[in-house]
Write a protein that binds this ligand. Structure first.
Ligand SMILES: Nc1ncnc2c1ncn2[C@@H]1O[C@H](COP(=O)(O)OP(=O)(O)OP(=O)(O)O)[C@@H](O)[C@H]1O
Length: 480
């Protein structure tokens, strides 16, 4: 079924009020949508929906409607304070403003009224669009810090993303001194693979945290051993939800979490990602599998532009053994203050053959070439957890870096100063391309240009072309 425009759905002669338009919208949806598998979409264009109209829309829609929003953010007058007033505690709002979040991003503007209304939600918006703050504000609106129980759980795919989300949640939860003495504070526990699980066990038993940020593996370990219980959990967030579908083990754990360890009707469920392949099918499955309630709302921001518009894409064609030299020339001519170079993970075969990983070889090459520009850091799966954490924290503090990483840094990692991405090896899928490219262009209201450069072999041009078609962007050739 095609996409219906708002004008097709709502006759212009109707007054757009909840009383009059709601039955009409229902009727039109139902008459156009006899097959529940073909989920309808509304696209609102050329108008910035105010929170009230969005809230109305979310209430007026029949079950399982998909709402896609294309709004011009410049026209939005609302502030985050206006959007959150009456839902989010004052001290959190003050923290939000102190950090510098004043205007809502598109996804925050569209999703927060729906989230505050208690409906399950699929947050589907570009990389760097501020989905994390949207779901954290929901959490702060529902938790009661006077209760000693786990009330919100955020599931993340990697330890790196988990540490980052924990950092932002703790920063927002921090109370001014006078309140700290009066009331219990919101506590945030990170349950991430390789962490000090024994210490966490005693913490969980003695005084459960309000919010848990966890990887699926660590969360399931704690649940299986009944050290962690979710009976008081009122919000469950699954961040980077589509990442879970890469592994059947993760999907099976996700299913257990959503259907056995917690109950659909006791919690508000939010899935977030910049990429949800076959999103209509996903929405349908969520309802069928009872992962979400049947009135789940799919907030799809910028559906016709999956890639942030401030990101420019280039490619350089070269032979396999010239790639190091080409990268060096690019870095020297771009002189980026902060950049990430993505390299493929080493194959098992290459590991068994005793070869050095290409990440290490590249770092050694860059260090030996006496680049004057930046500090060179490495982030990859095989490095131990503490070194990985140290590497990211140095990168964050220094602000002047050349990070060489595998796809471990491709999902969710927020280093807003990154202006250049180099794909030393082309990613395996268009979705991987989208997430790698999305490590730049992460300042929601900035017009700064950011650049993704792909170093490819001539035969890979077709693959890149496919990504361009799938993700609707244009890549320009750069001749060195
Ligand atoms: N309202 C706001 N005003 C200014 N900056 C914001 C606002 N909301 C979020 N940000 C900043 O935008 C950046 C991206 O936010 P976030 O990490 O939540 O993106 P995301 O949508 O989760 O991206 P991804 O899909 O890549 O994980 C962060 O640096 C965050 O601090």
């Amino acid at each position: 079924m095609g996409t219906l425009s708002a004008t097709q759905l709502l006759s212009p002669s109707l007054t757009l009020s909840p009383e009059t338009a709601s039955p009409a919208a229902r009727f039109l949806f139902q008459s156009r949508n006899p097959n529940p598998r073909a989920l309808p979409s509304i696209i609102i264009t050329n108008r910035a929906p105010c929170p009230l109209s969005k809230l109305w829309l979310s209430q007026a829609l029949p079950n399982s409607a998909s709402v896609s929003i294309e709004a011009n953010p410049q026209k939005n007058a609302s502030t985050l304070r206006e959007l959150c007033q009456g839902h989010v505690p004052e001290h959190v709002l003050r923290r939000v403003e102190e950090v510098g979040y004043v205007r809502p991003t598109n996804v925050q503007l569209q999703a927060l009224p729906i989230l505050f209304s208690g409906r399950d939600c699929i947050l589907h918006a570009q990389t760097g669009s501020g989905k994390t703050l949207a779901y954290l504000l929901l959490i702060f609106s529902v938790i009661n810090t006077q209760r000693s129980a786990v009330q919100a759980v955020i599931v993340v795919p990697t330890r790196e993303l988990g540490m980052q989300v924990t950092r932002v949640a703790r920063m927002l939860a921090a109370k001014p001194m006078e309140l700290e003495l009066e009331q219990r504070s919101c506590t945030v526990m990170a349950l991430l693979d390789g962490g000090m699980l024994r210490r966490h066990k005693s913490w969980l038993k003695a005084e459960p945290p309000t919010i848990v940020v966890a990887t699926m593996r660590s969360l399931c370990q704690m649940l299986e051993k009944q050290i962690l219980k979710l009976e008081s959990m009122s919000v469950l967030i699954i961040d980077e939800v589509d990442f879970m579908f890469n592994s059947s083990k993760e999907v099976s754990s996700l299913r257990k979490l959503l259907t056995s360890y917690s109950s659909l009707n006791e919690r508000q469920t939010v899935f977030a990602s910049a990429s949800i392949p076959q999103h209509r099918r996903f929405l349908y499955d969520c309802i069928q599998q009872k992962w979400t309630k049947s009135d789940v709302v799919h907030v799809h921001v910028n559906p016709i532009q999956p890639m942030p518009s401030c990101v420019h894409h280039r490619f350089v064609i070269c032979g396999k053994n010239r790639k190091h030299q080409v990268l060096l020339s690019l870095v020297e001519s771009d002189a980026p203050k902060s950049s990430i170079t993505f390299v493929s993970e080493q194959s098992e075969k290459s590991k068994k053959a005793g070869n050095a990983p290409s990440t290490t070889l590249l770092v050694d090459f860059l260090k030996a070439s006496h680049l004057v520009c930046s500090d060179i850091h490495l982030l990859e799966e095989d490095t131990n957890f503490n070194l990985r954490a140290a590497s990211l924290s140095e990168v964050r503090q220094g602000g002047n870096y050349l990070l060489v990483a595998t796809d471990i840094a491709a999902r969710g990692v927020d280093l807003p100063e990154t202006t250049h991405i180099y794909n030393f090896d082309l990613p395996r899928t268009a979705v991987d391309y989208l997430h790698r490219a999305g490590r730049t262009g992460r300042k929601p209201f900035s017009d700064d240009k950011c650049i993704v450069t792909n170093i490819i072999l001539s035969e890979e041009r077709f693959v890149l072309q496919r990504y361009e078609n799938e993700l609707l962007f244009k890549c320009e050739e750069l001749i060195l």
